[in-house]
Design a protein around this ligand. Sequence first.
Ligand code: G6P
Length: 441
Amino acid sequence: MMGIKIATIGGGSSYTPELVEGFIRRYDELPVQELWLVDVEEGKEKLEIVGNLAKRMIEKAGLPIEVHLTLDREKALQDADFVTTQFRVGLLDARAKDESIPMKYGVLGQETNGPGGLFKGLRTIPVILDICKDMEDLCPDAWLINFTNPAGMVTEAVMRYSSIQKVIGLCNVPIGMEMGIAELMDVDHSRVRIDFAGLNHMVYGLDVYVDGVSVKDKVMELLSQPEHSSFVKNIEGMGWDPDFLRSLNVLTCPYHMYYYKTREMIEKNNKSAKEEGTRAEVVQKLEQELFDLYQDPDLSIKPPQLEERGGAYYSDAAVRLITSIYTDKGDIQPVNTVNNGAIASIPNDSAVEVSCVITKEGPKPIAMGDLPVQVRGLVQQIKSFERISAEAAVTGDYGKAVLALTINPLTPSDTIAKDIVDEMLEAHKPYLPQFFQNIKA
Ligand code: G6P
């Protein structure tokens, strides 16, 4: 592969400087020739601002990477080698609804879990499948690296409902856990390895090593402390009961707080929503500040304020993955890919988040055996939720959407599920045509 072409869908995102920084840092190993940042009409202004910052960053680094800004997706996809996706259908206003509507019913309002996760999936999946269709025609050999949430459900949908085989779902939670644990243990990130197994935002560390020696007991002790129990900026950890963690006997990811401390997390979210707005509203302000900074013609680096977003280390995760595919590195990275027998209690053809060896042919999942019985059921339940949600997104089947939410462990009853689905369908109507097109006036 000579002169790598990258197409980034949702290129106007405030996260783009992360990605650009990653390409600059790894240029020696990954000589990107063209970076195409694509967005839709609504995101035109942001694309222009962030795209110009990307150009300044590259110029400052003295690298021959061409940056193209476009609203023409087909042009961007033509002959691309890697397509990265980081878009948000309905922008942050839709996220604010995902977070606030469930709250009225006493249910968690969160971007990727429970009702919010369902509706983000319903809006996103038809769009990603459309992108997949374009890829079949315009860049059939490209890798699709999906960062768009809910990343696990979206990857599952691409695997099941498109003919794209070369798809990898990516999240910054595993790399955030590795970095966080390296810091806690006061060692370089490269010395830490975690055996990851589970699903996106539902991943466990079956063991954790520093220089090949297990430090699981020590790490679990640290996770009991509130200040060490989350590794992402968007979730404030509450700490774990040390006895609970010892019995669970695996490392948790920050999103497990929503499942094992549901009541407390709902109260906490509702309280902060009252005091400072929902996370979407907080992020809207943060984005405004970021875009004000990005507009400064003298700025030519990624501003540190971007690290206040939950997606920190995204660039490291994305660019190290692309680099390892390109160079056939064979290193180990946690990604979302087809299970293929790596986790015994999950169907072979489902998407899982698991440590993989990364090669030119893609990720080769490492066999993790069975999940311990104490976590197996929850992971399977979330997988069922993801599959039924993806089916609802593709078919526009109302009954499936209600079913998906009813079986989600964060939903307390079938009638509440129905009420939430009804209200959220109306609230997101412009982005959910598949649910309305068969209704006769
Ligand atoms: C986490 C998740 C990402 C998510 C992000 C939200 O780190 O892993 O999937 O997109 O947080 O961050 P935000 O700053 O938008 O709340």
